[in-house]
Design a protein around this ligand. Structure first.
Ligand code: DHB
Ligand code: MG
Length: 212
């Protein structure tokens, strides 16, 4: 193990241990041919701390996939919380449904199957946090909807702030990279937000909505 890997293992062991439910979700992705893409336990624990600090009760996630991050979020909210999570792929949503059931959090999760842009447009404001972790090209549109839906004091959380380091490669002008760049620019400059990037895994952009 490199020194970085040793430090990561040290932090994970102390602060961000995965239980059998989460390990089973990983295994299910492999067995069912779902993309093996998960937030890391350290990232999930940072999200847990932020949601706890914000006293979040109502959270919106865009990009459920197999429910790995959703289980972490639903657990962070406790029994009175509510997670609305959007997934466009019905097969992935089926795996996620099973994940929420296995974790015992199905009663606090509303899984909506559909195109995020269409589902978001129909939601009413009142969210304490929004976690964007779906396709990257439409991020500006997702950002605008998130800002409409968030309460003042609410958290904007966006995964893949670095998009595998490509965000800092000026030669890379692919639409997904441009989407992440535009999102980060908005998070950094929109006066309704106080924001930072937490350099965990592939980068987590974090903003607090301080005014309407
Ligand atoms: C990948 C990772 C992510 O966290 C994501 O949201 C999308 C894609 C990837 O590794 O390809
Ligand atoms: Mg991601």
């Amino acid at each position: 193990m490199s020194p970085d890997e040793r430090l990561l293992a040290y932090v994970r062991e102390l602060f961000a241990r995965e239980d059998d439910v989460l390990a089973t979700i990983r295994a299910r992705h492999a067995a069912d041919g779902l993309p093996e893409i998960f937030i890391s336990p350290e990232e999930a624990q940072i999200i847990t701390v932020l949601l706890t600090a914000a006293g979040a009760r109502r959270v919106l996630e865009v990009g459920t996939l197999g429910g790995y991050s959703g289980v972490w979020i639903a657990r962070a909210l406790g029994p009175g919380g509510r997670l609305v999570t959007i997934e466009r792929d019905a097969a992935r949503a089926e795996v996620a449904r099973e994940s929420f059931r296995a974790a015992g959090v199905a009663d606090r999760v509303e899984l909506v199957v559909g195109e995020a842009s269409q589902v978001l447009a129909k939601l009413e404001p009142g969210f304490d946090a929004v976690f964007l972790d779906a396709d990257k090209e439409p991020l500006v549109g997702y950002f605008q909807e998130a800002m409409r839906l968030l309460e003042v004091g609410g958290l904007l959380l966006v995964d893949n702030a670095f998009i595998h380091g490509r965000v800092a490669d000026p030669a890379d002008r692919e639409p997904d990279v441009e989407g992440v760049r535009a999102l980060n620019r908005l998070a950094a400059t929109d006066e309704r937000l106080v924001s930072a990037v937490v350099p965990v895994r592939d980068g987590l952009t974090v903003g607090v909505k301080v005014r309407d």
